[in-house]
Design a protein around this ligand. Structure first.
Ligand SMILES: Nc1ncnc2c1ncn2[C@@H]1O[C@H](COP(=O)(O)OP(=O)(O)O)[C@@H](O)[C@H]1O
Ligand SMILES: [Mg+2]
Length: 150
């Protein structure tokens, strides 16, 4: 039950910060996928009044990008940043590894490769920015505020 979880579980935003204000550093551990989902859900629903549908999609894609950091890099820390420009929102997952994500051809998708396929299908734009130390994997999505919200 959500109210019970809220009572026993420390608030992710109190512990880690608000990724809509500045990049939040998270340890590259399995629990961080959940933390990143919680932070994203909270910002979209409570601060940006995004609808349920787009929030579901964004949380799913955040989970995939964070899982990729955990599975495909050996880093210890990564960063989550959420941005909003008018009706667009942007998600950035930065890690200090320069290994690059690779969108697999559809014909080769089997047990692996679905994460970026979903990013490619659900996001309006996505890409990778190579940095002097590491890279940022990002995507953008159009959002419409829930009815009755600013
Ligand atoms: N953050 C990342 N750093 C380095 N390589 C990555 C990263 N994200 C994805 N990749 C590479 O891109 C491939 C495709 O990612 P994805 O579509 O999520 O499939 P999967 O994670 O199931 O392999 C991965 O197998 C990996 O080689
Ligand atoms: Mg993946």
């Amino acid at each position: 039950m959500a109210w019970m979880a809220a009572e026993v579980e420390p608030d992710a935003m109190d512990l880690f910060g608000n990724p809509a204000r500045q990049e939040v550093p998270l340890p590259a551990r399995r629990e961080s996928a959940r933390t990143a989902r919680q932070l994203t859900c909270r910002v979209l629903m409570q601060q940006w009044y995004a609808g349920d549908h787009v929030t579901d999609d964004v949380v799913l894609l955040v989970s995939e990008l964070v899982t990729n950091v955990l599975q495909h890099t050996g880093v210890r820390v990564f960063g989550l940043r959420l941005r909003r420009h008018n009706e667009f929102l942007g998600v950035e997952v930065r890690d200090p590894s320069r290994g690059l994500p690779c969108l697999m051809p559809l014909a080769e998708l089997a047990d692996e490769g679905w994460g970026l396929y979903m990013v490619d299908r659900l996001a309006d734009r996505w890409g990778v920015d190579l940095l002097p130390r590491g890279k940022t994997v990002w995507f953008e999505m159009r959002i419409r505020p829930a009815p009755g919200q600013p």
